[in-house]
Every structure is written in C-alpha cells, then in structure tokens.
Design a protein around this ligand. Structure first.
Ligand SMILES: *[C@@H]1O[C@H](CO)[C@@H](O)[C@H](O)[C@H]1NC(C)=O
Ligand SMILES: *[C@@H]1O[C@H](CO)[C@@H](O)[C@H](O)[C@H]1NC(C)=O
Ligand SMILES: *[C@@H]1O[C@H](CO)[C@@H](O)[C@H](O)[C@H]1NC(C)=O
Ligand SMILES: *[C@@H]1O[C@H](CO)[C@@H](O)[C@H](O)[C@H]1NC(C)=O
Ligand SMILES: *[C@@H]1O[C@H](CO)[C@@H](O)[C@H](O)[C@H]1NC(C)=O
Length: 543
C-alpha cells in the first residue's frame, strides 16, 4: 500500500527534519540458514533475533558471497567482488593483500555526519596499516584483523599448504594490542564494547555501529568450538557434542543482540535506529573450519555457490519501516546495503559512484514495494572455474567448488528431533529485544508470530525431503538450471527442458566475465608476516 499524497508529504517533511537514523549492522560469521529459530527449527532458540525479524522484515532472498572476505568486500564497497578482485579465496593472515583502497561505507556515512564504530572481525587486509579499519573510515575499532581467532586466547594459528604454521595474537583496540582482554570470551567482549559505545554515544549525532561477530566461526585446530560450559549445559537435548557447543555459541550471540537492542532503548536511540542482522555466508557444516552449523534444507555449504552457501540469514528492523512484520522474498544482494543505508541516512545516492552494483532498496524495504533488483551475480571465480547467476526465479550454476563433488550434497542437522523443546513464543515475547522494541511501536501478536515463522520456513516441494539431484557438476561439467522459487533445494536441474533460458543466462554471465578484475590473491609472505617478529602479534608487517 502506498501512502496518501498528503501523508507522503508529511513523511517527507518530517524525515527531512529528523536527524539521520542510527545504524546498527550486525554480522554473524558462518551462521547457517537453519540456525535461527525464525526459520523453523526448534533446536536452537534465538528469541532476540526472532523478535527483530517478526517486528521487522525477514529478508528471505538476501544473497551473500560464499566466503567471508568477499561478502565483507561487497558490503563495504557496494560492488560485486569481481569488480574489486576479491572474488576468490579469503585472505590468509600472511597474505600481503587488502580490499583495494577506495572509498567505503563508513567513509560515505562520515560524509553525512555519522560517528563510525567497528567492533569485531575485519578480514579486509592489514599488511599495511592503510588497510585497517581506523584508516578506512572507522573512528574506532576493537577486534581482530584476520579471518578468525580462538574465542578466549585470541590467537590465530594459520596453517599454510606448504606445511608452515604461523601463530600469533590478534586482538586490537585501534592500533594497539589489547593484552588486557586476553582470556575473555570474544562474543562477550564485543557485546560489552557495543554497549559501552551506545552508552557513551553523543546522541545528537547519528551512530554507525558495525558489529561483526566472531561467532559462530570455528577457531583453531584442536579447539574449533568454544563457549561457556554453563551455556553448553543448557542444550542437553542436542546429542552431538560439537553441535551442542555450537548451539551455545549461537545462543550467546542471540543474547548479545538482545542486550544491544536494550541498550539502544535505554539511551532513547531505538526509535530512530535501523538494525540489520545478516550472516556473511552459509555454515561450513563439514570440511575446513567445520562448525557443525546447518543450512538445512538448502544444498551445499560455505564456499559453494549452492543456496546453502549464498542464501544467507538476514533481517532488518526499524520503526522507520512502514510495512513491517512480513517475510520478503524480493531479491537483495549484500552490495545493496551501501546505497540503501546511504539513502536511509538521507544521502543523495546520485552522488555515489555510478558504477555500483548495489541498488538502493530503502523504499522497497520501507513501503513493501518490489525490489529494484532483477538479478544477482552470485559470483564468478575464474580460478575455480565456477559461476552462478540468479534472474527472477531462475538460477544458473556452473562448475563446482573443489571439483570432486564433496561439497555438493546436503549436510548438517535438520533440527528436527523429538527431544527438542517446543518453540516458545512466550520466550520471544519476553526477550530483551522484544520488550525494548515494544516501546517504539505495538508489536505483532502471538498468532502473527506463528504465521510469520511458518512463512519464513523453507520446505522443499517433495513431500519427504530427499537429497537426490540430477545436477552433478563434478561428473559432467555442464551448467545446471533451477527454478529456485519452486525448488529452493536445487534438486531438479531443468537445463534439458529450458535450453533457451540456459543460453540467455549463460550469455549474461559471459558479459559479466568481461568486466572481471582478476583475483588479487598473492603468495604468502611467511617470513615477513611471522608474528614471532612482532612480539607474537599479527602486525602490519610491510609498514
Ligand atoms: C523517540 O522517543 C523519545 C522518548 O520518548 C522522544 O523524545 C523522541 O522524540 C523520539 N524520537 C523519534 C524520532 O520519534
Ligand atoms: C574431495 O576433495 C577434498 C579436498 O581436496 C578431500 O578432502 C575429499 O576427501 C575429496 N572427496 C572425495 C569424495 O574424493
Ligand atoms: C517459555 O518461556 C517463558 C518465558 O521466558 C517461560 O516462563 C516458560 O517457562 C517457557 N515455557 C516452556 C514450556 O519452557
Ligand atoms: C543438467 O541436466 C542436463 C539435462 O538433463 C544434463 O545434460 C546435464 O548433465 C545436467 N548437469 C549436470 C551438471 O549434472
Ligand atoms: C609483548 O607481549 C607481552 C605479552 O606476551 C605483553 O605483555 C607486552 O606488553 C608486549 N610488549 C610490547 C612492547 O608490546
């Protein structure tokens, strides 16, 4: 429904006078589709995240890149990673590389008067200090520069394919090593920092808080998953011990979301805030950095171009949304946040780089309009020889990550078990997040919660979920075509019956290929980057 002209005028006038909204952008690392309870699983309750979703917009066709650095590169630049050379493998710690030095999201928001804060993971380069957060538009940063650390000791132990192992501490407050925080659980440290930022914020200015969690990424070999034991003990209904620890990690992050929302409420910032929660890619249910997350019932995992790798958990909540409490299946890509948030902040998007791949989704989010985006280039990886493209309901997939088919199936826990506690809508309604947001606007009813949850759950067309498919790119290297609206689990390759669509989409991929900047990945500088040279810390070694 579009607003009446008079009402529209009023909205325009008031929004022109209102100060720009605070923007709280929360990123979960490697969290699977099936690991938020608003997607239908009873196994790991996420009452605070769910509360935001039910009272905001659940973004159920939000696409990300299959890996960490590429998603973060797209978020920060508004570009597909093929346009920054970031489309390939994420940076290992000793790789002298960073996101190319161009203007990025916090710098754009600073132009609009924002105070910009980064908390948590960076993973966009640090070999020279110019690539680190406080040199790229963030007023402050507490967190780590590499891809992942252990949750308590904050050490990264990087194992290189040639057998070298480099190990060092990676936890900084701005440019200084934060030795005083050693031994403290990362999710807790980041939450405390976010609360401190909110408590001390000068509310006369808009805040951009980029809260980029370590959770629920795996740590180092030998202690992949870590969480406080008393929280792990609350998940006795989960038999698999790693999955049980993972559930505790998810639960700690959900608690963090609730505390952040409550802090915004306490500072009276909440009614002029936008809160976004996304996962950077699907869960690595198996393989490297296995975290026992689940993308069920979607196919594939992190690193792959299947829906399990790239259709990410996402939602937006804000009192500025005029048509909230709905599940959106409109196409969105992580590169859209730059123009969308810039627009929400009152910026003139015609002043942004005209070559952006991201599109401004603000009015479609606010008024429940059609998405201006018709297609998503999921990725082209010219080294792996993989690519995927989505146009409307169609998805074309070319090649397979790793080439032997080992990640092309269905993995992870379905979340269905008789021992799960039943989904408790009262605990959602009693969560910190729900209680806080209820102060800004009347929340949805319990009946609506159940309807929204049902609507947000992906189930596959076949009555019993079967994990069979007629698309096996490790056997025949031909493209597969899926109707992901009818077949979100990518079981039914239609390329034989829709050859014209395959040809048209393939040609579009070929055109995208022409604008690709080759991957910037570089050989590891083992001796140069070695933390042993810098008091056991990962440092900008080429300064
Ligand atoms: C938010 O709520 C506070 C306290 O009730 C009020 O002073 C302020 O004007 C409100 N702001 C907006 C944008 O509604
Ligand atoms: C496929 O390749 C991966 C990575 O190289 C390897 O770990 C795995 O064992 C292989 N799987 C099969 C079925 O060959
Ligand atoms: C559901 O949550 C509410 C509020 O947190 C709690 O009081 C109640 O005991 C829970 N119900 C069950 C069956 O666990
Ligand atoms: C997709 O389906 C077509 C038509 O049945 C088939 O020829 C092709 O081999 C399939 N692709 C893959 C990768 O299995
Ligand atoms: C070197 O590391 C130790 C901790 O291992 C720390 O206490 C000390 O302050 C560091 N020295 C410098 C100069 O940073």
């Amino acid at each position: 429904m579009l607003p009446q002209p008079a009402l529209l005028m009023l909205v325009l006038v008031t929004s022109a006078l209102a100060s720009p909204p605070h923007i709280i952008f929360i990123v979960a690392d490697d969290m699977g589709w099936n690991d938020v309870s608003f997607h239908g699983s009873d196994q790991i309750p996420t009452p605070n995240i769910d509360a935001l979703g039910y009272n905001g917009v659940i973004l159920n066709s939000h696409y990300v890149q299959p890996l960490c650095s590429p998603t973060r590169a797209a978020l920060m630049t508004g570009l597909y990673p093929i346009h920054t050379g970031m489309q390939g493998y994420p940076m290992l710690a000793a790789e002298p590389r960073g996101l190319p030095l161009r203007k990025i999201l916090p710098q754009y928001l600073k132009d609009l008067g924002y105070v910009t804060r980064a908390v948590g993971k960076w993973h966009l380069g640090f070999y020279r200090k110019e690539f680190t957060p406080t040199y790229r538009g963030f007023d402050s940063h507490l967190g780590y520069w590499t891809g992942s650390i252990s949750y308590y000791d904050h050490i990264v132990q990087d194992i290189y394919p040639d057998g070298n192992i480099l190990s060092g501490h990676d936890f900084r407050r701005n440019m200084d090593t934060a030795w005083n925080l050693e031994g403290q659980y990362a999710t807790e440290v980041f939450t405390e920092e976010a609360l401190r930022i909110i408590e001390q914020h000068d509310t006369g200015k808009p805040l951009f808080l980029y809260l980029s969690h370590l959770a629920v990424h795996a740590g180092n070999t030998g202690k992949l998953l870590e969480a406080p034991q008393e929280i792990i003990n609350t998940f006795r209904h989960i038999k698999e011990p790693n999955r049980r620890t993972y559930a505790a990690m998810v639960s700690q992050m959900d608690e963090s979301v609730g505390r952040v929302v409550e802090a915004l409420h306490n500072r009276r910032m909440l009614n002029n805030s936008i809160i976004v929660f996304i996962s950077d890619n699907g869960a690595p249910s198996v393989g490297v950095f296995q975290n026992w997350g689940s993308n069920y019932p979607l196919r594939g995992i992190k690193a792959t171009l299947w829906e399990g790798g790239v259709r990410g958990v996402a939602l937006i909540w804000s009192p500025l949304l005029r048509q909230p409490s709905r599940v959106s299946d409109e196409l969105m890509h992580v590169s859209d946040w730059l123009p969308t948030l810039y627009s929400a902040a009152g910026g003139d998007i015609t002043k942004l780089d005209s070559n952006l791949d991201g599109v401004d989704q603000w009015s479609s989010l606010v008024y429940d309009e059609k998405s201006p985006r018709r297609q998503v280039l999921v990725n082209i990886d010219e080294r792996e020889k993989t690519a995927a493209l989505i146009i409307g309901d169609w998805k074309l997939v070319v090649g397979t990550f790793g080439n032997n088919g080992s990640l092309d199936g269905y993995y992870g826990n379905s979340g269905n078990s008789a021992s799960n506690p039943r989904y408790n809508t009262s605990s959602v309604i009693n969560s910190r997040a729900w209680k806080s947001i209820a102060s800004t606007r009347r929340p949805v009813t319990q009946a609506d919660v159940n309807k929204l949850r049902q609507a947000a759950t992906v189930s596959c067309s076949k009555e019993t979920f079967v994990t069979q498919t007629n698309c096996n790119p490790s056997i025949t290297n031909t493209p597969c075509l899926f109707n992901i609206h009818e077949d979100p689990c990518e079981q039914n390759n239609l390329s034989g019956s829709s050859t014209d669509i395959v040809t048209a989409m393939y040609n579009i991929l070929v055109r995208h290929r022409q604008s690709l900047i080759p991957q910037l990945n570089r050989p590891w500088d083992i001796s140069g980057a070695d933390p042993a040279r810098f008091n056991s810390t990962w440092s900008s070694w080429l300064d």
